[in-house]
Structures are given as structure tokens and as C-alpha cells.
Design a protein around this ligand. Structure first.
Ligand SMILES: CC(C)(COP(=O)(O)OP(=O)(O)OC[C@H]1O[C@@H](n2cnc3c(N)ncnc32)[C@H](O)[C@@H]1OP(=O)(O)O)[C@@H](O)C(=O)NCCC(=O)NCCS
Length: 202
């Protein structure tokens, strides 16, 4: 069964700088899934729809060349869901009421040499739920899971430059440790850096 997160953070305003305990205008519930058999057809559909909506709104969540549709997203999502495993690949979802508000994946490489750190992938908030603390709540939950459940010491990610994501993660304690200049070419006149970020200690 999917693990239901019972931390109180999800019942409060998780945005940086928010008054402690200030109520959210909507209820946010976080849950974690680490077994492919726990992904219902309904959840699979919601994840695909969210990923399409985020990508086609220009979001940096893994598909650099919008527009995308079912045929692009479904096979990639199915591969990702099929690899879920408690030790090294967990899906974290955020719901507002019944609706899927956002999701992300936490991974750890099983190779012993690098098994003490993990990576965050595909973090996304549905465009209809932006700016309400969903993304921050997901990142905090990934951090808690990495530290308390996987025993990791650091988290890493690579972000698309030019989106302000350094600031979003920076407010959550992450720091930029470098960048691959001009690594990402979205169009002949749109070349961006790939920004490398780390969170440690957890
Ligand atoms: C990045 C993302 C997940 C943030 O989700 P969210 O639910 O809107 O995040 P929050 O509500 O927790 O935002 C917290 C703060 O960061 C700010 N913020 C959000 N996205 C930002 C961005 N791209 N750049 C700079 N600041 C951003 C918000 O304005 C908010 O600030 P405020 O509290 O002063 O209003 C969301 O914008 C998204 O899905 N983007 C497309 C996909 C993407 O870029 N993913 C990141 C992959 S590395």
C-alpha cells in the first residue's frame, strides 16, 4: 500500500517565510510510493496529465521540447514507475483534496561508491496549484525521506538555467556548486547553463 505521510507540515503553509502554523487555503496531503504495484491506473493517468500540463506550460521537468502528449510521456512514466523500489527509487505525490497537485522522484544509485547520496528528478507542481507551497513541501519531504528513511548524507540535482530555480531551491537550503555553461540548447537562439545544486547536510 502507498505510505501516507502523516507529518503536520502538509496541513500548514509550507512556503518559505510563512507564519509558523498559518493555515493553507487548501489541504495538502503528501504520500509516498515505492512499489510499482501500488500505482493505480487512476494515479498513472494523473501523473501523465500533470507532466503534460507542466511541460506544455514551459516547465523544466524532463521534456525539453514541448509540446508533448501521451505518446511521449506515457512510456517514460511507465519506465520510471516500473523502477520504483524502497531502497533506491521513491515517488512522492502531493494532493490537494482529490486532485494531484504535484510530484517528484527521489533516487539513489545502488552502486556502493556513491550510495550515500541521492538525486531529485522531475519535481513539478501542476500549473493550477503554483505558488501555494506545493513544490516546497515536496522538496522538504524528499529531504526528510532521504535523511530519515534512506540514511543519505546529501541530495543533488541539475536544473535548467534561466528559470530562477536557483532561487527556489536556495530558499530551501540548497546551494549552487557549479554549472555546465551553455550545456542545454533548446533552440538556436536559446542556450542555457545546466546548474548543479546540492543540499547537505540533510
Ligand atoms: C519549480 C516548481 C516545482 C515550484 O512549485 P510551486 O508549488 O509553485 O512552489 P512553491 O509554491 O513552494 O514556491 C515557493 C516559492 O518559490 C517561488 N518560485 C516558484 N517557482 C520558481 C521559479 N521557477 N523560480 C523562482 N522562484 C520560484 C514561488 O514564487 C514561491 O515564492 P513565494 O513564497 O515568495 O511566493 C514549479 O514552478 C514547477 O513545477 N515548475 C516547472 C517544473 C520545474 O521547473 N521543475 C524543477 C526541476 S529542477
Amino acid at each position: 500500500m502507498p505510505q501516507q505521510d502523516d507529518t503536520l507540515e502538509s496541513a500548514h503553509d509550507a512556503r518559505p517565510g510563512a507564519r509558523p502554523g498559518a493555515p493553507l487555503a487548501f489541504t495538502l496531503t503528501l504520500a509516498q510510493i515505492s512499489d510499482p504495484r501500488d500505482v493505480t491506473p487512476g494515479l498513472r493517468r494523473e501523473l501523465i496529465d500533470c507532466w503534460i500540463a507542466v511541460t506544455n506550460a514551459g516547465g523544466a521537468a524532463g521534456f525539453p521540447f514541448p509540446p508533448v502528449g501521451d505518446g511521449d510521456v506515457a512510456p517514460v512514466l511507465d519506465g520510471l514507475l516500473g523502477r520504483l523500489a524502497p531502497d533506491n527509487s521513491r515517488l512522492v505525490i502531493a494532493r490537494s483534496g482529490e486532485a494531484l497537485a504535484g510530484w517528484a522522484v527521489l533516487k539513489r544509485d545502488p552502486y556502493r561508491l556513491v550510495g550515500h547520496w541521492g538525486t531529485i528528478h522531475h519535481l513539478q507542481t501542476h500549473p493550477g496549484f503554483r505558488g501555494r507551497g506545493v513544490g516546497s513541501a515536496l522538496v522538504r519531504e524528499l529531504r526528510r525521506t532521504a535523511r530519515d528513511e534512506l540514511g543519505l548524507e546529501q541530495l543533488r540535482l541539475a536544473a535548467r538555467g534561466g528559470e530562477g530555480l536557483e532561487d527556489f531551491y536556495g530558499r530551501l537550503g540548497w546551494r549552487e556548486i557549479g554549472r555546465w555553461p551553455g550545456a542545454l540548447r533548446f533552440a538556436p537562439d536559446d542556450t542555457r547553463d545546466e546548474v548543479l545544486m546540492i543540499l547537505t547536510p540533510l
